[in-house]
Every structure is written in C-alpha cells, then in structure tokens.
Design a protein around this ligand. Sequence first.
Ligand code: PLP
Length: 449
Amino acid sequence: MPLSNMAVRDIETVIHPYTNLARHREVGPLILNEGRGIYLYDDTGKRYIEGMAGLWCTALGYGNQEIAEAGAEALRKVSFTHAFGGKSHDGVIELSEKLKEIAPCPASKVLFGTSGSEANDMQIKLSWYYNNARGKVSKKKIISRIRAYHGVTIASASLTGLPWVHNDFDLPIANILHTSCPHYYRYGQDGETEEQFAARMAQDLEDMILREGPDTIAAFIGEPLMGAGGVLLPPKGYWEKVNAILAKYDIRFIADEVICGFGRTGNWFGTTTFGMKPDSISMAKAITSAYFPLSALTVEEDLYQAMLDESRKLGTFGHGYTYTAHPVGCAISLKTIEIYQRDKIMEHAAKMSPVFQMRLNKLADHPMVGEARGVGLIGAVELVADKATKRPFDPKKMVGAATVNALQEMGLIVRNIQDSVALCPPLVITTDEIHEMFDIFEKGLDQME
Ligand code: PLP
C-alpha cells in the first residue's frame, strides 16, 4: 500500500524513539489520533486493542472525560505555577499528602518530576547528596541489575541494564554496577529449584557488595518485576533475601514502581505484592493514567533531615525542574487517584487477573512459547525455537518483532522485548475484552508457526 501524505511527512521530519529507523523509512508510522476505552483508532479508522496500555501507563484507558475536565479546569484556573523558592499550590499539597498515605514505604516528603527517567535520575542524585551530607563520601556506587529498565537520561540509562540503551552512547557512567538478572526460566541451572536460584541471585548481590566494599555502595534499585526487560517475575524468596542484604550493609533501597505502581500487579504497589521493604519508591506512568507527564519519588525522614542540614549549609536545595509539580499534572493525578479509589479500580484489576492469567497460561501450550509468565494484569510469553531445550530463535530472524507486527495487522497492539512479547492492557479491561485480546493473540501465534 502506498504511504499516506501524513506518513511521508512523518518519515521526513520525526525521529521515533526505540524504532528501527531504517525500517521506519520503508514501512512508515502507525498514526493513531483517537482512543476510547481500551481501543485506539488509526488514520484509516481501523480499530486496535491497546494491549500494552500505551507504554504500560494508560491504566484508565482512553477518553476519560472526568480526567480531561480536571485538566481543563486546572489549565483555566492557573496554567502554570512552579515550586521554586517555596512557591506552592493546593494541588501539590493535596497530592503529596495522598501519595504519602498510599506509598508502601515510610515516606516523609514527596518530590516531583515529569518522567520515570527523571524520578530515577533524582534518586541517584539524592543518594549521593545524602552520603555527602552524612560524611560518607566514598559511599557512592549504585547497584542495578542486568535487564533492568530505569529510563534513558544519562544517569537513569546507566541504571538500565540493556545493551542497546548503552551501546554507542558511551554508557554506563562511572559508579553504576549491574548484578545478575533473576530470570529463573532463562538463567536457572539444571536441577536448581526456584528458591535455590533466588538464593544464588541474592548471593551474587552480596558478593558484589563485599567485592566492592559495603562502604562504597550507596543504593540498590530494582523494579518489583522487571517490565521492559521482558516482564521477568522475581523468583520465590528473592525480595525477602535482598531486603535482608541491603539492611545488613546500610544500602538505600529504591523500588522503581514506574510500571508496577497503581494496581498493575493486583495491589496498589508491586512492593506489597512481592514483600519488598524499600526506603523510597519512584512512581510515574499510571500516577496520571498517562493523561499528563508526571513522576514522583518519596523521600524518607533521614534523607530529608540531611537535605535540611545541607540547605542550611549551602543556602538552598540546588535541584528542580521548571515543571516540578506542574499544577495541571497534580490536578490530573489527584483526579486519577480519586477515580482509582471511588471506582475500586484496584479491586476490578484484581478480579480480572484470574481471567487474564488463565488465558496467558493457556498460551504456554503453544509450540512456539517457551514460558508464559505474569501476575495481576501484566504478562509475557517468551518465544523459543525449541520448547524442550529452551533454545532461542536466531536473533537475526527477529521473531518477536515479526510476531508483534503480525498482531498489529490483526488489530492488537503489543510489544516485544527481543523474543518475549508483553501484554499489559488498561486496568479497566473487561472479561469479554480480555478474551477478545487473547483470541487475536492465539490466532497471531498460529500464523507465525
Ligand atoms: N522505570 C521503569 C520501571 C520503566 O518501565 C520506565 C519506562 O518504561 C522508566 C523508569 C522510565 O520512564 P520514562 O519513560 O517516563 O522516562
């Protein structure tokens, strides 16, 4: 089919992130200008199920008029105020109170940004700042994990443990380390139980801490489940062991709840689902159901006290974005959380989870599927060339990408991470819609055989 006029203009002007730019010049963009509920519509009127909630973020689906109205009202009232120099507004005060109330960690204060990358970037800065303030100047290294995803700013991309985020960008920066990836299906050894694997992964972490010297390690960051690394669930007992190791060596524990936060795993936060004990959490995405770019992180009391001391010494807390605590973002987040609570969205997601997981698990019977894994309303299948030996496909064949392209043709938008294909629909999805989504998925897989 010839490319449309808008498609040609896109190719000539737009750089698309996480896109094969050479292929894009041939196939052009998928132009999506409209959405309702879990569906998006392209410029020819074709309907798609958004099986990835955008980028793991549109929890309440598209076209929510209440949120649109809350944003419009905030824009009409005061389009912009900032938070520098002690300026504030009702929205940021109310939202901070609300986030402190629901956060699954002992939060003293809340600090805002506009993206998940910024939130994690701030986490690194604050970890360094904290240790300088308390005189532990050598305690600076941050431990992340291979296959983690924490963003793309220079510092947060360094935390990310995926080669294509580092290669040719001269990353990672100094002081960022990556410990083993706890993906049992792929990295478990023959005869090793899931619990033994979890213990080995925790031991790898402890060995790294001891090798580097505990006095050099400031923080550890982890997603409750690894999302953009392939929806990798923690093996049984993993977080319990990691909690204990981090506490033992006085290492700040940051939970990156950018995907898991606000209902994705069946609870408000993945931290609760998996029994993590973080000092601080990063949030973004579903904090506004992606109706506005906003992120936040919680600041624990010790860290806040150190920030106070530094502020007395240095005259200011030297950090802030123009759009820190944007009033429109705060109003939209407050309305989103109000809807989550009023309409019992977390309960709805938890109720839909068994239907979603049942259909996901059924995919494990497919000859191309090595593993189907998930929790709550998130999951993935890992496609393999040989089910019995778990042998992956030749990467050059790009089977995951081809599967996603075929599914898109059939009206289902999902996302591949190499040969894993992820599913993460809006939390408002219904039973019928879950079946419709998996019916397409099954047909698509059959076509790939
Ligand atoms: N952290 C996690 C767990 C993520 O999944 C993402 C994005 O997908 C980020 C951080 C980065 O967020 P953003 O793309 O808003 O910068």
